[in-house]
Ligand binder design. Structure first.
Ligand code: NAG
Ligand code: NAG
Ligand code: NAG
Ligand code: NAG
Length: 606
């Protein structure tokens, strides 16, 4: 059996060597057999356009592949498609990934090549043979290979006029290699390997737009050259270094703006002008003409809300009156009034004990032990109340008090701020949180320029949607502020993956995925976060809100701040009011009770 196999191999080799062309279908079938056997292929697909191949040739080829029970493709799945095929099924969904594609085309400009690219999406590493019917000039062949590379066919063998064999080496620039005699090649090496580790200085054009913290320009202090930086940018930088790729960075301006414009970037990729965009973006509006990498980050998107919940200091006097304290006070007053003043001490002793001016002096002789105990208990209670109040007040005075931040969607909608959004954001927010009507009144639409400027400078007039990772960056701007400008709410409208955009079936995709995995496992993102913040700060995209002038002002000796004394002053005013009332009561008392002895000074303290 084994001997037979070797013999067959030898025979086929001999046949190929003898003719070296595919003018006869049998030769092609033998060649395919050999390739199928060497690479242990599991399927074959033949695609042809009208007039690209003779029907009799095709029949003979089928026969050559199937009729002989010792052939490799004898029982394997086979499929034939033509350029009139209108189904949207992809080869990938129909066949095993170890397959070979045979594409018959009339010439190098035949539309069947595009059709193959569409049908074999996700299978660019699969061995693909293009058989062009007509003879082509060298220039046309060069263009054809450029097209193949643009379509990312990585393991392509081109046969022109059934007898000229070509393949390419795309790194560092596309080089067309004429293969003189197929038989002299090791069957393993006839098709180019689909993936390489070293791209040998391959040049790649990368558009750069500004999207702090994911991508931005950074001017290297040492070399004075502009570099790609940012969470996504650093990863691309390192990947390209790893693959030995030379980056050709250019600033991509759209309508005079350098801010991230995903629609324009996607167009750039679809038009084939760039292979990869180093920007991270969600796939909410995914474009099917572009491929996306694995998510590098998955971050919830929530709201940043202006923090304006400081409580005025003059109100501090009333703050200790919580519900229990109010209740205690009320009960105490009722007890004092009904039980004490009316029943136990109807003669005004109680007021004398409290030291209220104008009350009758206490006659100590008439005190019963039960009464004294009652007195003691009630006065003790009042004392505790007063202590509670003053302790609370003093503790409040040592800090800045704020109201509880917004915790629910309804509270968010009641805030006096509008939510600044881009039209696409509005769609995502309403889609996730509902309340379309209320949100419509709250939304304030703007363009990307204004939005990103206002959000990064933390303009406190609006609420902004923001992802957690971006917030970690922006939040660092206010770390030196005593009173923060914004806080991050717990109301979120979904978690979004942030992905890179690549050309369909890009040759960089697998390498990028492997690299992403390593970066994630090594936890490099956290390290890069620090680096990025420093770089963004140095480039002036971010700032610290506490400026030097403010700091100096803080350190300077200042006259006593009156606003600190405000609560004390309010308390003093309250006391003044209280004593005023007491004074009036006393006067009324002394005028109303003429029959009593003339009022000498009755204040027991004096
Ligand atoms: C079948 O193929 C083997 C080698 O692949 C060849 O030796 C044999 O002659 C073929 N038989 C027919 C009927 O074509
Ligand atoms: C990168 O490619 C260039 C060009 O082929 C080569 O000279 C260089 O040695 C390569 N660098 C590495 C690290 O492989
Ligand atoms: C640039 O501006 C023009 C007119 O304002 C607009 O029609 C066009 O769509 C813009 N281009 C992009 C890429 O946004
Ligand atoms: C953006 O801001 C500028 C100036 O601040 C303003 O003139 C323009 O109308 C704003 N655009 C939108 C869409 O709000």
């Amino acid at each position: 059996m084994y001997l037979q196999f070797l013999l067959a191999l030898f025979m086929s080799r001999y046949h190929m060597g003898a003719t070296e062309n595919f003018a006869r279908p049998n030769e092609l079938a033998l060649f395919l057999n050999r390739i199928g056997r060497v690479h242990r292929l599991h399927a074959i697909t033949i695609v042809h356009s009208l007039g690209s191949v003779d029907p009799s040739y095709l029949d003979a080829l089928h026969c050559g592949l199937m009729c002989n029970s010792s052939n490799h493709f004898y029982l394997l799945p086979q499929m034939t498609a033509t350029d009139k095929d209108s189904t949207h099924a992809r080869f990938g969904s129909l066949q095993h990934e170890k397959a070979i594609y045979l594409v018959f085309a009339r010439n190098s400009k035949d539309a069947v090549v595009q059709l193959q690219a569409e049908k074999a999406r996700g299978r660019r590493y699969t061995k693909t043979m293009f058989l062009l019917k007509k003879q082509e000039s060298q220039k046309d062949i060069k263009y054809f290979f450029e097209l193949l590379w643009k379509l990312q066919f990585r393991s392509a063998l081109v046969v022109v006029a059934a007898k000229y064999f070509y393949r390419m080496d795309p790194y560092p620039t596309i080089r067309v290699i004429r293969m003189r005699r197929l038989s002299t090649y090791d069957p393993d090496h006839i098709f180019p390997p689909p993936n390489r580790k070293n791209l040998r200085g391959y040049r790649i054009r990368l558009p750069v737009q500004q999207d702090v913290p994911n991508t931005f320009w950074y001017k290297n202090r040492r070399t004075k050259a502009l570099e790609l930086a940012g969470l996504g940018g650093i990863l691309i930088n390192n990947l390209m270094k790893h693959l030995n790729v030379t980056m050709d960075l250019f600033s991509f301006e759209v309508n005079g703006s350098r801010l991230l414009n995903m629609a324009a970037l996607t167009d750039l990729i679809v038009e084939g002008k760039v292979e990869l965009s180093p920007h991270l973006y969600t796939t909410l509006q995914a474009n099917s003409k572009v491929d996306y990498s694995y998510p590098t980050q998955v971050a919830p998107r929530c709201f940043m809300i202006p923090l304006n919940n400081e409580i005025s200091r003059s109100l501090y006097v009333f703050l200790p009156f919580t519900l229990p304290l109010w209740l205690c006070l009320l009960i105490a007053l009722l007890v004092v009034h009904f039980l004490y003043v009316r029943r136990l001490m109807p003669d005004g002793h109680f007021w004398a004990i409290l030291g209220v001016p104008g009350a009758d002096p206490v006659r100590y002789g008439s005190c019963k032990p039960g009464r004294s105990l009652c007195n003691f208990l009630i006065l003790g209670g009042i004392f505790i109340l007063v202590q509670t109040y003053s302790t609370k007040l003093t503790s409040f005075l040592t800090v800045t008090l704020i109201r509880r931040p917004v915790g629910s969607l309804d509270e968010l909608l009641l805030l006096p701020y509008r939510i600044l959004v881009l039209p696409t954001d509005a769609y995502a927010i309403v889609g996730s949180l509902g309340h379309a009507e209320q949100f419509r009144t709250q939304f304030s639409f703007t363009d990307a320029e204004n939005f990103s400027h206002k959000r990064i400078s933390m303009d406190a007039d609006y609420i902004y949607p923001i992802s957690t990772i971006r917030w970690r960056f922006f939040d660092m701007q206010q770390r030196f502020l005593r009173k923060k400008r914004f806080y991050f709410s717990t109301i979120c409208h979904g978690s979004f993956p942030y992905q890179y955009q690549l050309r369909v079936d890009s040759h960089l995709k697998d390498a990028l995925h492997r690299f992403l995995l390593h970066v994630q496992q090594a936890g490099l993102h956290d390290l890069w976060l620090e680096t990025c913040h420093r770089k963004a700060h140095r480039m002036g995209y971010l700032k610290d809100f506490s400026t030097l002038a403010e700091l100096e002002e803080k350190l300077r000796l200042r006259p006593l701040a009156l606003n600190l004394l405000m609560p004390a002053f309010s308390l003093f005013l309250c006391g003044l009011l209280g004593s005023g009332i007491a004074f009036l009561v006393e006067i009324r008392h002394s005028f109303g009770c003429r029959q009593k002895p003339p009022p000498i000074n009755r204040n027991p303290r004096e």
